[in-house]
Design a protein around this ligand. Structure first.
Ligand code: FES
Length: 113
């Protein structure tokens, strides 16, 4: 099964193949924002893939278009609701500062975590 680690908090979880990064984050309790609910209509689930990008689904046109709206997009940027973990192996992502901010905006009670 694929394994994913969420930085900067170091939260790690094993998930079934086909799970999106966003679904894995929700399962693990990682602080990843998702303003549109995971339907590729915003860019608040922006993450940086540090390791294991080969184990992720290909980027499609919708993801590309919405990534263009994100802040500080890099070559290893992905939208967590669109990128699926496909293969066994370990993936390490860093949740973008804007995505963490969205998470706290959505969950004000968790601001001090
Ligand atoms: S949660 Fe909106 S694009 Fe991923």
């Amino acid at each position: 099964m694929p394994r994913i680690r969420f930085e900067p908090d170091g939260i790690e979880i094993e998930v079934k193949a086909g799970t999106t990064i966003l679904q894995a984050a929700e399962e693990a309790g990682a602080l990843l924002g998702s303003a549109c609910g995971g339907v590729c209509a915003c860019s608040t689930c922006h993450v940086y893939v540090n390791e294991g990008s080969d184990g992720l689904s290909e980027i499609d046109e919708c993801e590309e278009d919405n990534l263009d709206k994100a802040f500080d997009v890099r070559r290893n940027s992905r939208l967590a609701c669109q990128a699926r973990l496909q293969a066994d192996g370990r993936i390490v992502v860093t949740i973008s500062p804007a995505s963490r901010q969205t998470f706290f905006d959505e969950h004000p009670g968790l601001r001090r975590r």
